[in-house]
Structures are given as structure tokens and as C-alpha cells.
Design a protein around this ligand. Structure first.
Ligand SMILES: [Zn+2]
Length: 338
């Protein structure tokens, strides 16, 4: 199986200080996440590593209206400076015609936990380019199972706003790359609903989006991810959410997976993109499901059995003790079932 590595990961090390104040919040999204995954996969002969390649800016800019804002704000930052959008205009506000100050960031952002640093644009772009590299391999037929080791994650970044530690939506960028050539199904298995991905395609009938996640009435992103969200306009019927209660274990989780794979078989896409999060593990510091390390092999097999060309984009997963093994099990399950 092909593993796409970013070309700059260690540069992404934000402080996340704003949310709970300085020193009160241990940073979860660290470069060690990538290191531990790489280590787990490099011990296996099955995984071949490739460096992501660069793509023209337009591949990302055309679907993210805040692309220039993130790029320009990052350019203005000094080393070690972090800017948190913290002023949100709300509905009906008078918006400026030209956005030329970092202060206007609230127009483009959902929250005050997604800071912009000097290297933020570079790392977010490289993360999306990892997904694009994988999509290009699928499209050219160079591979039919590709894992993009994206960081930062992308699934909370939408077509209007970024947020939730996500800047550019890696899975959506890959889907946009593939769409002129066929149809795409996306399944998000992160513990948190993939609100950005859903919003990108909720009116697009050539993309089927789905997400299995913790019930948003108890968990981030709170305002998205309910089962009645089934798509809009031309896209009615092209979104399926599986909100599950905290404490969900493998049997109930697999039932949700099978409801989704049934929809995907009906939709019969050209490609499948998995937004794979591993914060569903029982010992994840910010999760709340009851999945064990070995369960990810079983879950991977369910998706592998669809026998579609698959791009996997890394999303969450914050327990460094188990993350590498969870990813390895999931990818091995995908491969085993084909
Ligand atoms: Zn998550």
C-alpha cells in the first residue's frame, strides 16, 4: 500500500493556548502523531512511502474562499506569534468589501481554537497536497489504495469557514480533483462529525457524503451531524449521518458501518475517500467511544470489501501509545478484504 508523507510536518506545532488559558491545556495535535504512525507503518514491508508533491495553489484556493486570508495572515506573523480569530460578525453584520487585516478572520472562521502562525499556510497547504498526490495516483491508476498522512486534519474546514483545528479540507480537495472524472463517496470515521466535508457537498449529487461520529448533541461540532441532515437541493439524499452515543463499542459501530456501505453500494462511486480518525479509540484523550486497537482491522475490512479504489486521509487520533497500531490495523484490514 502507498503511504503519502507530507514534506514539512514538524513545522506544525501550535500552542492552542486560547481555549483554556496558558499552561492549562496539553497540546494534543503534535508532530509526534505523524512520527508514531510512520514508525508503525515502516516496520511493515507492505507499506511504501512517497513524498507528497506540490500542486499549483489554485487546486486549494478555488474551493476555500479563505485561502488568501490564511496565506496573507501567516505572512504577517512573526516567529512564535499566534493569531486567533476572536471577533465573529454573526448573521446580518456589515462585512467589509476588502479584507486586509488579520482582525477580520472571524468572517472566515468558526472558533477561537484554530490559530494562524507563520508556517500555518505552508503546513495546511502541504497537508492538502498529500491528499491531492494520493488522488492523482488513484486517477492515473498508479495505485488503488493510498493513505495520505495528512496533518493538520481537514474535515471541519468547509466551503465558507475554517475551524476545529482544520484549515483546508484535505478530503474535499481530493474529491474536487477527482470529480471531473467520475463520482466520489466520502466516509468520515473520526469521532467528531465531518461538518466541513458535509457542507462542501450537501448540494452536489455526484458526491455521497457520510459520517459516523459521536452524537453532536453531546459533542463537537454540536450544530452539525444529526441524522435528519440528508443533503439539500439537488443533493437531497446524498448525505447520511450516523450519530452514535458515547460509549459505543464495536458491534453497534459495525452496524452503522454496514448501513453506510449499503448506501455506497447503491451509489456505486468511481472512488471512495475515507476521512479516517482514530479518536474513536477507548483510550483517546478527547474521544468517548469504546473501540479497541484490534477493532480497527475489522472496521477496515468492511470498507475494503467494497472493492473500490480508496484514498484514506488521516484526520484525528491523539493517543500516541496506540495511534500507530490503530492506523496500521485499519489499513491492513482494508487491504486484507480486497
Ligand atoms: Zn476528531
Amino acid at each position: 500500500m502507498i503511504v503519502i508523507e507530507k514534506y514539512n510536518d514538524s513545522l506544525h506545532n501550535p500552542y492552542w493556548k486560547f481555549q483554556l488559558g496558558p499552561e492549562s491545556y496539553e497540546i494534543k495535535d503534535t508532530p509526534h502523531r505523524v512520527e508514531t504512525i510512520k514508525q508503525a507503518l515502516s516496520n511493515e514491508a507492505d507499506f511504501q512511502f512517497f513524498k507528497a508533491r506540490k500542486f499549483p495553489e489554485r487546486y486549494i484556493a478555488k474551493i476555500h474562499p479563505y485561502h488568501d486570508y490564511i496565506r496573507n495572515t501567516a505572512l504577517e506573523m512573526k516567529e512564535d506569534e499566534e493569531f486567533y480569530p476572536d471577533l465573529f460578525p454573526g448573521e446580518g453584520a456589515h462585512l467589509p468589501k476588502r479584507v486586509d487585516s488579520p482582525l477580520w478572520g472571524g468572517i472566515w472562521c468558526t472558533d477561537a481554537v484554530t490559530p494562524i502562525k507563520k508556517k500555518t499556510y505552508d503546513v495546511a497547504r502541504a497537508s492538502a497536497e498529500s491528499a491531492l498526490t494520493g488522488a492523482e495516483m488513484l486517477h492515473k491508476g498508479d495505485a488503488d489504495l493510498v493513505y495520505a498522512l495528512c496533518r493538520p486534519s481537514g474535515h471541519h474546514a468547509g466551503p465558507r469557514v475554517f475551524g476545529g483545528y482544520c484549515y483546508f479540507n484535505n478530503a474535499a480537495t481530493a474529491a474536487e480533483y477527482l470529480l471531473p472524472h467520475g463520482t466520489v463517496a466520502i466516509v468520515d470515521t473520526d469521532y467528531h462529525h465531518g461538518n466541513g466535508t458535509q457542507e462542501f457537498f450537501q448540494e452536489v449529487k455526484s458526491v455521497f457524503t457520510s459520517s459516523i461520529h459521536c452524537d453532536p448533541s453531546n459533542e463537537y461540532p454540536y450544530f452539525w451531524g444529526y441524522s435528519e441532515e440528508t443533503g439539500k437541493g439537488q443533493g437531497v439524499g446524498s448525505n447520511h449521518n450516523e450519530p452514535l452515543p458515547k460509549g459505543t463499542g464495536l458491534p453497534e459501530y459495525l452496524e452503522a458501518v454496514r448501513r453506510i456501505t449499503t448506501h455506497i453500494k447503491e451509489f456505486n462511486p468511481s472512488w471512495l475517500i475515507l476521512s479516517a480518525g482514530f479518536d474513536t479509540h477507548v483510550d483517546d484523550p478527547i474521544g468517548g467511544f469504546n473501540l479497541q486497537t484490534e477493532d480497527f482491522f475489522t472496521i477496515g475490512k468492511e470498507f475494503g470489501a467494497l472493492n473500490l479504489p480508496i484514498l484514506i486521509c488521516q484526520e484525528g487520533g491523539y493517543n500516541l501509545e496506540v495511534l500507530g497500531a490503530c492506523v496500521k490495523n485499519f489499513l491492513s484490514g482494508l487491504k486484507e478484504a480486497r
